[in-house]
Design a protein around this ligand. Structure first.
Ligand code: SF4
Length: 208
């Protein structure tokens, strides 16, 4: 069965690398549906290899280039697959003229891989959006249900690591999630103090 490593939302391309994630966010689209606009994003196996993803990209090359930007964002945390992500980024930068690359991430990558991966991403990635998700560790834990230790500090450290590598970095939150209020102003102060831009995204019931 074909895996959907590539999907489109409003004609914008997204790369879906894995089912694995170290969070269990209360707003995660995975809790709500198995597909995004008809594309089934649960992968049958979690062994995505770069060449299979690249093959799907190449089959849609013109559409991807005309979109101007591609985003690593699927049903799992893309940076679980750091080696494959870097491979694919290198390929895109060499073969897809002027295509911008963004990564949406939960910010746990340095914990997962036990090394600082920001320098590996910096040569290829045009922007990175990291889920800050709350103004305190307590709120972060309620919203994100992290499966790793000290996740909130890890996220803040990863934001700083990306900023230090001069990757345009945005710290994001989701507002208006029922029963999970977040203080937007305090989150913005934290994002700025880490050197990142800030984005508050509205919760969309039932996914995208
Ligand atoms: S980090 Fe993303 S993929 Fe993981 S649970 Fe949260 S919303 Fe879902």
């Amino acid at each position: 069965m074909t895996e959907n490593y590539l999907y489109f939302l409003d004609n914008k391309p997204y790369i879906n690398m894995t089912n694995a994630c170290t969070n269990r966010c209360v707003f995660c689209v995975r809790n709500q549906k198995e597909d995004v606009q008809g594309a089934k994003l649960w992968l049958n196996s979690d062994n995505a290899v770069s060449k299979d993803v690249i093959k799907q990209l190449d089959e849609n090359k013109n559409k991807i280039i005309s979109a101007g930007e591609i985003v690593f964002c699927g049903y799992g945390e893309p940076l679980v697959k750091i080696d494959e992500v870097v491979d694919i980024c290198k390929y895109l930068k060499a073969n897809y003229s002027n295509l911008k690359i963004r990564i949406n991430t939960n910010g746990h990558a340095n914990y997962i891989h036990k090394r600082n991966v920001a320098p590996e991403l910096a040569p290829y990635v045009d922007s990175i959006s990291i889920s800050l998700n709350g103004e305190t560790e307590e709120i972060y834990n309620k919203i994100s249900n992290p499966q790793i230790e000290n996740a909130y500090e890890e996220v803040k450290r990863f934001i700083r690591a990306c900023v230090e590598e001069k990757i345009p970095t945005t710290a994001s939150i989701v507002v208006d999630v029922p029963d999970f209020p977040v203080n937007k102003e305090r989150c913005e102060v934290i994002a700025k103090s880490l050197g990142a831009k800030f984005r508050a995204r509205e919760f969309i019931p039932n996914g995208y």
